[in-house]
Ligand binder design. Sequence first.
Ligand code: VG1
Ligand code: CO
Length: 539
Amino acid sequence: MIKTIATTPYADQKMGTGGLRKKTKVMMQPNYFENFIQSIFNTVGDMKGKVFVVGGDGRYYNQTAIQKLIKMAAANGVKKLIIGQNGFLSTPAGSHLMLKNHTNGGFILSASHNPGGENGDFGIKYANETGGQVPTSVSDKIYANSKNISEYKIYDAPDVDLSKLGTVKLGDMEIEIIDSVKDYVEMMQEIFDFDALKKLFKSGFTMRFDAMNAVTGPYAIRIFEEILGAAKGSVTHAVPLPDFGGLHPDPNLTYAKHLVDFMFSDKATDFAGANDGDGDRNMILGRSFFVTPSDSLAILADNYRYIPAYKNGIYGVAKSAATSTAVCRVAEKNNLPCYVVPTGWKYFVNLMDSKRITLCGEESFGSGSSHIREKDGIWAILFWLSIIAATGKSVAEITRENWKKYGRSYYMRFDFEGLETDVADKLMADLENKLPALAGQKFGTYEVSEAAPFVYNDPVDGSVTKNGLVIDFTNGSKITYRLSGTGSSGATLRVYLERPEYKDLEEDTLTMLKDLLKIAMDVAEITKRTGKTKADVNT
Ligand code: VG1
Ligand code: CO
């Protein structure tokens, strides 16, 4: 039976950089989740004939939320849902299913790299028929709807058993429960040369993959251990847990420190990688060697010819503005266009759909290609393994070669967390006002060439997005300031520093960025305004 339930709006259901993210307890408030989902359905309009993919990263509240979503979809007239077994789907696997099945989009229930559990975060990523998260024009409409919502529809029925593969019905709606891993693995086998990778492991190559107790464990075990023959136990933290076992599922130098320490110890394997909560981010390590995500993207772009799916050529590449310019240097020498977009994967979608780009990435440990419309953690690791298999070189050798060929961008991101929203907003507003006067100013050996907000004109849909403030220097260095759009409380100021060098390639990153960091702190008056003398997270 379909029930119509009266509800009152919540004022804060505005999507950020990657969907709606809130404290789990906020999401668990009466009708909170339901309001948001109904606002999406109201915005999409007629549900007749519509098919959606549904899954999540297994975090706390996933099971409850998925059951609500199923019952609401049935009550709203959706034709069919395709759901990962037990409600599990990584974000990339979800995007792939959306494209493969020509669906109208889907829902990945995840707060991605944010911590999980009852006291952590919960989130919803909503994608449209592109298989990518909806553009701001759509999320704005959903937000507007959520502020006026007065009722939602839900099917009054027992929970659906998501453990059994096959098709069941709820009212008129079909529910197909599928193997969460199978289609994704098949896609990876089409992109990469699995035989070459099997040979690599047969030759004694060792790796460690850290799934951070999140969604990619089952994918990684199937691909790396069972199919490619990596030693048993190569995949660690492989069982998805509702609270990620207390790990912060963000694969970076701070939150995956255990893996970094392992790779800098004498027990290190030849290669290591890690993914985030929903499997779209990746970290790459070699023996005593860390590859920055910006360098990683440049290296993938320079080595696409080794991958069967790309060997006949790629359209172009793209990066977010905050990402280092390393990939654009590679593109330039290879006569490829290099697009620069705002932070957030959704900005790459139009470029992929219009065949302007094939590869893209962000400094925040995300890289991917047009095989899907999300970033893809395991894909990135398979890409790296393929380069290693083809060249016989180590992670460090491959990276150093890239620096020699194209120069090295010393790069680091500094996060100032837990700021009061007013303080952070005022800091950014005042800084923006200061920018025009900065051009031509000298700070030690650094001279500002240009200082302005980053503005993106989407070449496909003509939309204009302003995101972040950028100070460029005459020596090619760059400071970018942004406020995070994925947090669930307070504000996080991100300061991104880049310094390209063509001669001194083996220096310490923090040392090389010391002066630039001081300029960045001083110009924005970070200590004076926030009381912080240093960042909370460097990555
Ligand atoms: C962060 C990253 C951004 C990424 C986004 C979603 O956003 O900086 O590059 O696209 O997270 O990633 P922000 O607004 O907090 O800087 V995921 O893996 O959490 O979906
Ligand atoms: Co993620």
